[in-house]
Design a protein around this ligand. Structure first.
Ligand code: ADP
Ligand code: MG
Length: 399
């Protein structure tokens, strides 16, 4: 799960991470008010979307407008907020369709002496979090990593001990901080790490972390992703979620207890079990097709879930054929066949449907499908199913 910059900054501040003073607002008039309340000479208006690259991003409605802009009066803040709110911002991370801005952060402008990069992720090879740091901040870290990998430092974190003093000193030296910078880092860095561990983050990125006029560190940007598996111990996450930023079909699927990820192909897949779903997608690709989604209906899929799964698949206008691949292990194939027939009858199908069933009571399950008189293409095995669905999809596309 992702949260907005203004939410991430509020969370970081709780841990003692220095962040600029600011206020998130939803109207241009409120932006002017926020500017007044900040009582500063310069403020920055920042579009709040779940994507970075806003400083360089441009608006569809007005390509000259960027997603981060310096302002120096309430009137200016109002004008700039008005130019962002309700408009579509396209950045390197949003894809060409961009994202509608519904909220802007008005925050105190700061003097930037240097821009550093700081990030925390879980390093799967080391099996622990790692703090990533670079003196080359403010720019895309991916570019630095590709061109100057030696300019990026990795500091593994012991999840029990957190960041230790010697690690802070080591990083301060590598980042070229002076005495004031190192003193500030001794508070800033451990606080970041505590937030990451406590809050079950999967990613925490402060790019840029700036060295301000007085030499101390400040989190100028903030990006936090949470590990969804930890949602049960963070009830407050529900309030922080912004459904406008999520794929509507994924939200619906989640509500129905389905694991669904939208992809950009045209073959809808309904599968039980994540492993089987992955191999189904692989086989579709192998036979020249492209999956429209990953969908795992789980081990105990019932009529309601199968119907909702079909509804989600069919609501995607890219979908030109659907492949159902179910292995009846815990579940019986007859149950699945009944659920398929019921879902088919209640929804109606406008695209070809290929079904491959295997497992417990498979013969009876297949017979049910055959006798239903529905327009279902039966497949004998996984390869057969993949070939048939790709052929059906190609035929539908060329028809
Ligand atoms: P993004 O990563 O989405 O482009 P950032 O928050 O990193 O957005 O902002 C982009 C740039 O805008 C920063 O690198 C910094 O130079 C400038 N900036 C952002 N916030 C402030 C601020 N409060 N004061 C001064 N400059 C800022
Ligand atoms: Mg940034």
């Amino acid at each position: 799960m992702k949260i907005h910059e203004y939410q991430a900054k509020a969370l970081l501040a709780r841990y003692g991470v220095e962040v600029p003073r600011g206020e998130a607002v939803e109207s241009a008039a409120a932006a002017a008010e926020a500017f007044r309340r900040l009582n500063v000479a310069h403020a920055v208006v920042k579009a709040q979307i779940h994507a970075g690259g806003r400083g360089k991003g441009t608006f569809v409605e007005n390509p000259a407008q960027r997603g981060v802009q310096l302002v120096d009066s309430p009137g200016d803040a109002e004008k700039v907020a008005g130019a962002m709110l309700g408009k579509t911002l396209v950045t390197a991370q949003t894809g060409p369709q961009g994202r509608m801005v519904r909220r802007v952060l008005v925050e105190a402008g700061c003097v930037i002496r240097r821009e550093l990069y700081l990030g925390l992720v879980v390093d799967r090879n080391r099996g622990k979090p790692v703090l990533i740091a670079s003196a080359e901040g403010g720019v895309e870290i991916e570019t630095v990593a590709a061109r100057h990998p030696e300019a990026i430092f990795h500091e593994p974190i012991d999840p029990w001990a957190g960041l230790r003093n010697f690690q802070v000193r080591k990083l301060a030296k590598k980042l070229g901080l002076d005495a004031a910078g190192e003193k500030s880092a001794a508070v800033f860095l451990p606080a970041l790490v505590r937030c990451f561990l406590d809050q079950d983050c999967s990613l925490l990125e402060i790019n840029p972390t700036v060295v301000t006029g007085d030499g101390t560190l400040l989190a100028l940007d903030a990006k936090i992703n949470f590990d969804d598996n930890a949602a049960y111990r963070h009830p407050e996450w529900t309030d922080w979620r912004d459904l406008n930023e999520e794929e509507p079909a994924e939200v619906r699927a989640q509500a129905a207890g389905l694991s669904y990820v939208k992809l950009d192909g045209n073959i809808g897949c309904l599968v039980n079990g994540a492993g089987l779903a992955m191999s189904t997608m692989d086989l579709i690709m192998l036979h020249g097709g492209k999956p429209a989604n990953f969908l795992d209906v789980g081990g105990g899929a019932d009529v309601r879930q199968v119907t909702e799964a079909f509804r989600i698949l069919l609501s995607d206008s890219n979908v030109q054929a659907v492949l159902v691949n179910i292995f009846g292990g815990i579940m019986r194939c007859t149950t699945i066949a009944e659920a398929l027939i019921a879902a088919y009858q209640s929804l109606g199908f406008h695209v070809p449907l290929v079904v491959r069933l295997e497992g417990t009571e498979v013969a009876a399950g297949r017979e049910l499908l055959e006798k239903s008189g529905l327009n279902i293409i039966a497949a004998n095995d996984l390869t057969d199913a993949a070939r048939k669905v790709v052929a059906a999809c190609n035929a539908a596309a060329s028809a």
